[in-house]
Write a protein that binds this ligand. Structure first.
Ligand code: FES
Length: 331
């Protein structure tokens, strides 16, 4: 492989197998066994998928690496990802589960890391919800390899559906705390988890939005600075109770389009032939930030400050919506 990283890579599926009824592991390699671009814990790949309507789209999957060897990170010869099947989703995960088979070639973008471990001392407290465990598996391995303090709280519906449990048990021993809703009969005890943290501990959270929202609210209530809480939302935006269709007017062109309850403004713009900037599609990166001229914004992102949200002059169109019937964007 050349020293300059290409924009996309064609990699062959070397292995594809179910870890449990919902989660499938996929291993990708170059045909010639070449060394692939390196990465660090928390990095993800973008994989091109085919949707049921025939359109291509991209999905992010965190890279999984349990190896303590430096070359497995710096000069890997394979990428391993795990995909949770979302039956209600738009079809990307179903493609990865039902159509991707060993021997097939997938187009990917090289690893990017928007969720890195920070070198800030203290214990890295990893909090995983469901398939959100994937970047945290790599983080746990990297911390153990560095002999740096780490502990993990891993929550899921039942142990049968929680991937990588045996590997994490072996890696972390008593530093792994497993919470299975089916056994506990209650959700993860966030207060107890935070009570056990010391002042210099850093929290790394990856899981569904309600878990993240709770942890953000509770750490804020305890006076934690935002710099101590690092996160990635794992689930794609879902339809919330009360979501409704609304009109979006593009002020610069005068065009108008309807955003249905189950679509984002960003996706509707793409469908309409516009070329908006975006990356994460989860309200985390800020790339899709768009000026708003009129209308009441229903902010759902993790980018804007509370003050910016109150001002209502800008929104993240990949996830935020309209409280009323009409938004006018400066597009
Ligand atoms: S694309 Fe990342 S915040 Fe919208």
């Amino acid at each position: 492989m050349s020293t300059s990283t290409p924009a996309t890579l064609q990699l062959r599926v070397a292995e594809a197998r179910d870890l449990n009824p919902l989660i499938r592991l996929i291993c990708l390699r170059a045909d010639d066994g070449a060394v692939l671009p390196g990465y660090t814990a928390g990095a993800h790949l973008r994989v091109r998928v085919q949707l049921p309507d025939g359109h291509d789209d991209w999905r992010h999957y965190s890279l999984i690496n349990l190896s303590p060897r430096a070359d497995a990170w710096v000069a890997p010869t394979e990428y391993v990802i795990a995909v949770r099947r979302e039956d209600e989703g738009r079809g990307g995960s179903r493609f990865m589960h039902r159509q991707v088979q060993p021997g097939q070639v997938l187009t990917i973008e090289p690893p990017k890391n928007e969720f890195p471990l920070r070198d800030r001392g203290g214990c890295a407290v990893l909090v995983a919800g469901g398939i959100g465990v994937t970047p945290l598996v790599s983080m746990a391995a990297q911390r153990v390899a560095q002999q740096a303090p780490v502990r993990m709280h891993y929550a899921g519906r039942s142990r049968e559906l929680m991937a990588f449990l045996p590997q994490l048990q072996q890696l972390l021993g008593d530093a792994l705390h497993v919470h299975a809703d089916a056994e506990a009969g209650a959700p993860l005890d966030v207060e107890a988890l935070l009570d056990a943290c010391r002042d210099d501990d850093q929290l790394y959270v990856c899981g569904p939005k309600p878990m993240l929202d709770t942890l953000l609210a509770r750490t804020q209530a305890r006076g934690w600075t935002r710099e101590r809480v690092h996160f990635e939302v794992f689930t794609a935006p879902t339809v919330a109770a009360g979501d409704h269709a609304f009109e979006v007017v593009l002020a610069q062109s005068g065009r108008s389009l309807t955003v249905p309850a189950n679509r984002s403004i960003l996706d509707c713009l793409i469908d309409a032939g516009c070329d908006p900037m975006f990356d994460c599609k989860r309200g985390e990166c800020g790339v899709c930030s768009t000026p708003v001229l009129e209308g009441q914004i229903d902010h759902r992102d993790y980018v804007l400050s509370d003050g910016e949200k109150r001002e209502g002059k800008v929104m993240q169109i990949c996830i935020s919506r309209c409280k009323g019937q009409r938004l006018v964007l400066d597009l």
